[in-house]
Design a protein around this ligand. Sequence first.
Ligand SMILES: Cc1ncc(COP(=O)(O)O)c(C=O)c1O
Length: 290
Amino acid sequence: MLTPNFDDRDGFIWMNGAFVAWRDAKIHVMTHALHYASAVFEGERAYGDKIFRSHDHSQRFHDSARMINMTIPYDIATLENAKYELLQKSNLGDAYIRMLAWRGSEQMGIGARHTKIHVMIAAWVWPSYFSPELLEKGISLMTSSWRKPSPDTAPVRSKAAGLYMTNTLAKHAAEEAGFHDALMCDWRGYAVEATGANLFRVKNGVLRTPKADCFLNGITRLTVIDLAHDLNIAVEEDHITMDDLMQADEVFLTGTAAEITPVGRIDTQHFNVGPITKKLRDAYSEYVRR
Ligand SMILES: Cc1ncc(COP(=O)(O)O)c(C=O)c1O
């Protein structure tokens, strides 16, 4: 089901230091970011009136920008105030928050050092991607033929818009084949991520997640590793081969939007939503509202 168009909503968007009516937050077609994907973004969730790990997201926003040669013209304190002011004005309750920084239309061509860096923050209600019934049995993933690039091929640790092109292609192919999402491998063939979430597997009571050496080191991923330590669940950060993944007892994904999403099938292999996934999911839902 398609939600109402994202350019046709009530409310406000924080744009370059001021609040503008949602429908008026516009850019020109000659915007550099539109032609060359010169943009970085963040996705965050507010639970009640508190944004989960807000400062960490603002820091990552700055870091992502730096990795693609952009400097965000607002310091972290300003972004933090803007996010909270936006939430207050929007009165949404639990909300998803999107920050975006992009190069403007001052210059056209590959070189873009003289473009202005624009920043916007929007918030809306975005519940779980998946129904509660589906989350009980786990989503399905189709292994993609698109691979995550090596760190010397792209700025892989940045949450840069350009890196999402292959993720969208992978997601479309998976959906067209009747799956919910795609599983992506890295350039070496290790299983690393879904299209917008990090990957964990459980085998004989041990949790494993790939070393974040060629993909976004998710803030949810880091939170889940900490929660696992608190719950005395052994955690390894190491490569996951496809064989290892297919023999797992449990598989789940983590991300701000996805939160903890159990995986019930990868290609033809089925998985149960097991006790460690459930324990971590419950611990995570409690922790984000603490
Ligand atoms: C490609 C990708 N990997 C991982 C994640 C998870 O990151 P986080 O937990 O910080 O939201 C996301 C979501 O932001 C993502 O888009």
